[in-house]
Unconditional design. Sequence first.
Length: 361
Amino acid sequence: MTQGDVGVYEAAALREFAERVLVQAGMRNDIATTVAEVLVEGDLLGHTTHGLALLAPYAADLQQGRMANEGEPEVLSDKEASVLWDGRRLPGPWLVCRAIDELLPRARRFGSATLVIRRSHHIACLASYLLRAVQQDMLIVLASSDPAARSVAPFGGTQAVFTPNPIAAGIPAASPLLIDISASITTNGMSARLAQQGKQFDEAWLIDAQGHPTRDPSVLFAQPPGTILPVGGISAGHKGYGLALLIEALTGGLGGYGRADGAEGWGATVYLTLHDTTGFGGKEDFHRQMNWLAQQCRENPPRAGVDAVRLPGDRGLALRAQQLSHGVSLDPTIVPALHKLSEAWSVPMPSAIQAHTARHA
């Protein structure tokens, strides 16, 4: 942990800035609005490696033709409760938001509905989409893999096969449960950030190319490269390995496009299901069950060194509310990149509403 000066900005100003940069880079206005909202939502929830940190690489891919700037997803299959799209390399945040909107009436009708997207561009922070569904009384499950990238080895192996393979779920409750995890112990984004800063993880979350556990994220960029360990690490990584395989089946398997095919560049294959809480045991009983579990967890006596037991989403939702009221604290690594975008695209950088000293991992 280090001390760093952090700029604090109005969320609306950051959205406007991101939208204008994307439009200047060639993105269609309506798409840019959605992408900007999703990126800022990531920072609001505290996922700083998957919020505005992605604005510069998105703009670069757009400018260089690796992200499509026009068009619509192609419907490859539609069986009413199950749909398959070809995302045609369109911006991932826009495709996922479109997919949620597409599934809402179908889930109301059938109880559950699923949409898989192949050949999407990168979809940013999975947690950013969860409230969009939860606020409609939907339980959402969202997963993603990138068939063009590899950074996680199968349990017991030393060569990467998978991406971190994130999976997220939004669960309606008195205070929504927002789960955003991955099949690997850490992410590519956090590994890259620490490597650039010359820092190490607190624990051995990676292995080098010979299979030796290490805290050093720079092994990912060595030749030959190391890999990130699956959830469970050296001793119990079969758990994350199994989860990675499941996510590959839900994304590339159901989508009919994945690692067995040629790589097309940074992107995603996406799985999305909505379950209507009113369509099974009923909304009231769903909330009764989840609220009881939430109370049991929050009232659980904490172990030594833990202030209180939290539920997934507690910290993110509290941070989101605080930052919407008092401004978004951007990670120190992000602000210089935004200034460069401001200069490159002649879009004025938002004015910081205050500067303060904050702790960052």
